[in-house]
Design a protein around this ligand. Structure first.
Ligand SMILES: *[C@@H]1O[C@H](CO)[C@@H](O)[C@H](O)[C@H]1NC(C)=O
Ligand SMILES: *[C@@H]1O[C@H](CO)[C@@H](O)[C@H](O)[C@H]1NC(C)=O
Ligand SMILES: *[C@@H]1O[C@H](CO)[C@@H](O)[C@H](O)[C@H]1NC(C)=O
Length: 466
């Protein structure tokens, strides 16, 4: 999750990368020159092509359907006398926005954001025409008919069993506030694990790392916080290694935890917690590169920047190497992926459980420098795009056999009842020119655009499902 409200991003001017703030006059004049060139090229582009922007024309026909831009119009209901204290407190004097409606548990639009059990995705009974359809935001049932509990999750593809494993926070307990100013929370129950061959039908493999019920000094004591568990396989040691965000209820511990297992379905043994490189670490993820080197990426310095560094060969610790990236940009919920040698990352802003705008970033080297490209969300409506479809990034799944196509995994948090938080899975496509190529034109990389397409319902191409 996100942090408390005090980490809300102010709407003041920010520099896009820390280094750019301290440019010398010479560099500024170069920037001015580049700006001129860019405006000139924009102008001539518009003159030449009637202002049309061409996207993704080179893509595989199988994924064209996923790239269709789907609009979604949601009407805000007229204001009523009573609003929930939660929504009223957040924006006392402004007109009602969709975010207010989203955060208002009594909103007439509740069913739009959190549809009821009737419309649940039920792979065991949704045979026929509904097969393999993802419905972002709907309740998603496992093979036993229970809502999947794997929030802030990630996917491991296990080569040996040719099976996908989905790990996430098992949050099927009551939501409460530990004290007046505390964030909404659910006690640690553990890390849920689900297995699937098709990324749609998920079997509950149980809680693979459980909370500690009695020992109050243990990092996994239920009164603490366990978020964003991610698992990778170590080819050298043959172990499955889990990294997660470990914290106390006030988010002051700001540490990572590491657990290990011989099997993807656990049980995982908890090894220890630490502050990586001696720094605060809150939202985090791990990323295993093609060469077997794995990296930890975490929000640090009061969530104002991310840090990235390689893990040791056994994946059980960080090394002494670490870089600060996206300095001063206040990003969290990182999700990394790689395509054709370029590294990409989706992040969110820091607004607690409330949704905010996603950004895509790219780098030639995983250790950076990382450049911010812009908001990858397409379709829905403007509010959908400014709130990551009312969700927050957690992972990006590569789809073998469909190069350039991925599934973007996000959490639609429900702070009134966290166990009822939903999953928003959408197609993510790498391709086409980036929105903001200006900064990178002269000798710098011209990144591909990252696009996450809104769909009310969608499914993977039939070749992939077979
Ligand atoms: C499934 O789709 C086909 C073709 O669109 C349609 O003819 C058929 O009635 C549908 N079946 C069900 C059970 O909805
Ligand atoms: C409680 O947990 C701490 C930290 O993991 C450990 O050092 C201690 O031995 C545990 N105590 C008991 C009674 O298990
Ligand atoms: C969290 O903060 C509250 C209020 O400041 C305090 O009462 C409580 O003891 C703190 N809890 C932990 C685990 O630090």
């Amino acid at each position: 999750m996100g942090m408390r409200d005090k980490y809300r991003k102010p709407t003041t001017f920010r520099c896009n990368a820390g280094s750019r703030c301290s440019m010398s006059a010479v560099v500024w004049s170069l920037v001015g020159f580049l700006l001129f060139l860019h405006l000139y090229s924009l102008f001539s582009h518009n003159g030449g092509k009637d202002g049309e922007i061409q996207f993704h024309s080179s893509h595989h026909p199988l994924i064209r359907e996923l790239e269709q831009v789907e609009e979604d119009n949601i009407q805000i209901p007229p204001p009523r006398g009573k609003r929930s204290p939660r929504a009223a407190k957040r924006r006392p004097k402004r007109t009602t926005t969709l975010i207010d409606e989203f955060l208002d548990e009594n909103s007439q639009l509740r069913h739009v954001f959190f549809p009821g059990m009737k419309s649940a995705i039920d792979p065991m009974n949704d045979a026929g025409n509904n097969s393999f359809y993802y419905y972002p935001g709907r309740i998603w049932l496992d093979t036993e008919g229970n809502p999947i509990q794997a929030h802030g999750g990630g996917i491991l593809y296990d080569e040996m069993s040719k099976t996908y494993y989905w790990y996430g926070e098992y949050k099927d307990g009551p939501t409460y506030h530990a004290h007046k100013k505390g964030a909404a929370r659910v006690d640690i129950i553990g890390v849920g694990c689900y297995s699937s061959k098709d990324l749609w039908t998920w079997k509950n493999e149980g809680i693979v790392l459980a909370a500690e019920e009695t020992n109050e000094t243990h990092a996994l004591h239920k009164s603490n916080v366990l978020e964003r568990p991610k698992v990778i396989y170590n080819d050298r040691t043959g172990k499955y290694v889990m990294w997660m965000h470990i914290d106390d209820a006030n988010y002051t511990k700001a540490a990572v935890g590491i657990a290990i297992s011989d099997s993807p379905t656990g049980p995982f043994d908890y090894l220890y917690s630490k502050r990586p490189h001696g720094f605060e670490s809150r939202d985090m993820t791990i990323f295993k590169d093609d060469d077997g080197v794995a990296y930890l990426i975490y929000s640090s310095e009061d969530n104002s920047e991310l840090h990235i560094g390689p893990l040791t060969e056994d994946y059980l610790d960080v090394t002494h190497v670490v870089r600060r990236i996206l300095v001063g940009q206040h990003r969290e919920a990182p999700a990394l992926f790689k395509h054709q040698g370029t590294y990409y990352m989706i992040t969110s802003g820091c607004t607690g459980w409330a949704p905010n705008e996603a950004l895509a970033h790219a780098a030639e080297s995983v250790m950076g420098p990382w450049e911010t490209m812009g908001n990858p969300c397409i379709g829905g409506n403007k509010m959908f795009r400014l709130t990551t479809f009312f969700a927050q990034s957690t992972f990006v799944i590569p789809l073998e056999g469909l190069p350039g196509s991925f599934i973007f995994m996000a959490d639609r948090w429900n702070p009134a009842d966290l166990r009822d938080s939903r999953y928003v899975w959408l197609p993510l496509i790498v391709g086409g020119p980036a929105d903001r190529p200006l900064e990178f034109n002269f000798g710098f990389p011209v990144w591909s655009r990252i696009s996450i397409y809104w769909h009310k319902k969608w499914r993977l191409p039939s070749v992939w499902r077979a």
